[in-house]
Design a protein around this ligand. Structure first.
Ligand SMILES: Cc1ncc(COP(=O)(O)O)c(C=O)c1O
Length: 403
């Protein structure tokens, strides 16, 4: 008889966004006249930019002709894209990343989930609490955790690093020593980030205990403060301890187009084993490449025009972030994030739980957000609003909430 991977049976509850979806659908069905404003899921709403669309059209036309048709893509991704990334995302920041350290993928979610394939099941994992749940769930699936503990809301054998108001939502070096440390800055869900000096401490720590940092920089484009690193490789010694994951979703609006990449430096080793070589092997075996036309679209964001367009997308969303943060702060809410991030993290008023506040906003204000407790026990009593809606809807949502 076949057996399933029973690690999957350890997974707790239903996925946060499907629970929200069900609640919203039930409310809409019962109240068809109400106009809901959705500031919940981290999906973008602005369309792809002109440079991207032009590159897509051009490459689609190439696919229509025998002379220019493209089949399977190279394992690591096309060189035209990898060299644009090395030049624009790293060289401009004073960081040398070789193109064979860059692996093109279909997005940061897949990479942050798949990267665990190359690490032993015996590794001890550390995550922030609250956390982008993919890091935890994929480790549960891999068997790297114990069971879910209903009482604590945590999985056994995982090191949770609390991110609370008291520590400015920045994790502290854990007391127990982890082997794999997931960090995400700017952070989803809290919108917090840490300075380059603070990040340097994590790099030094990881090198000292021989841990690997999986650094998710999906929101790098939102960094507005000078003392925040755009890539972990700005820190000395990061190449011997860190893997960095990037996405084209939040900067260029590729959430439905799908493109990302992961940097695995050649200096990163476990004993004598090159992690870069393992990831190359894994990538080549289990992944057949992001589509040519999408890689051409990705290349377009690195042109002068493309860079300006990305800036204007990010500026648009950051204007929304300002509206939310200033509006709610003025009304007495305690809010953080929204400076280097499209996410605003607010404390629920009157000791409401995160889900109570969700229901209140849905039913009384017709605004949909995300309950902080869905991201981990330390998210209880918090709520996430995103700035990915339209400006008009964002202004209206804030007016409704503060009324
Ligand atoms: C921290 C973080 N990493 C990765 C992703 C997923 O990115 P992608 O669309 O490239 O899969 C998200 C999406 O919300 C995210 O918040």
């Amino acid at each position: 008889m076949f057996k399933v991977n029973d690690n999957y049976l350890k997974l707790a509850g239903s996925y946060l966004f499907s629970t929200i979806g069900k609640k919203v659908a039930a409310y809409s069905a019962a109240n068809p006249d109400k106009k809901l404003i959705r500031l919940g899921i981290g999906d973008v709403t602005l369309p792809l930019t002109d440079s991207v669309i032009t590159a897509l059209h051009k490459s689609v036309d190439e696919m229509a002709k025998k002379e220019t048709f493209m089949g399977y893509t190279p394992d690591l991704g096309y060189e035209f894209l990898r060299s644009a990334i090395a030049r624009e995302d790293f060289k401009t920041r004073g960081v040398d990343i070789a193109i064979d350290e860059i692996f093109i993928s279909d997005g940061a979610k897949s990479d942050s989930g798949n990267i665990g394939d190359i690490f032993s099941v015996d590794n001890r994992v550390a995550v922030c609490d609250p956390v982008y749940t993919v890091y935890v769930d994929t480790n549960v699936m891999a068997g790297r955790t114990g069971n879910y503990n209903e009482k604590t809301g945590k999985y056994d054998n995982v090191i949770y690093m609390p991110c609370t108001k008291e520590n400015n939502f920045a994790p502290e070096i854990p007391k127990e020593t982890p082997d794999i440390i997931y960090l995400c800055f700017p952070n989803n869900p809290t919108g917090a980030t840490i300075t380059k000096d603070e990040l340097q401490k994590w790099v030094d720590y990881a090198n000292s205990v021989k841990a690997v940092i999986i650094y998710d920089a999906a929101y790098e484009a939102y960094i507005s403060e000078d003392n925040v690193a755009h890539t972990i490789y700005e820190c000395d010694g990061a190449k011997t301890c860190a893997i960095e994951i990037r996405s084209f979703s939040k900067n260029a609006g590729f959430t439905g187009t799908r493109l990302g990449y992961t940097v695995v430096p050649k200096e990163l080793k476990s004993g004598d084993v090159s992690v870069n070589a393992l990831w190359a092997r894994r990538h080549g075996t289990k992944f057949n490449g992001a589509p040519y036309i999408i890689q051409r679209a990705g290349e377009a964001i690195y042109t002068e025009e493309g860079k300006k367009e990305v800036r204007s997308l990010v500026d648009y969303y950051m204007k929304n972030a300002k509206v939310i943060k200033e509006g709610l702060t003025k009304a007495g809410y305690s809010c953080s994030g929204g400076v280097n991030s499209p996410y605003i993290w607010l404390e629920t008023p009157n000791n409401m739980t995160s889900w109570e506040f969700f229901d209140y906003l849905l039913e009384e204000k017709n605004v949909v957000g995300t309950p902080g407790s869905g991201f981990g026990p330390c998210g209880e009593g918090y709520f996430r609003l995103t700035s990915f809606g339209s400006y008009e809807n964002t202004v209206e949502a804030v007016e409704r909430i503060v009324k």
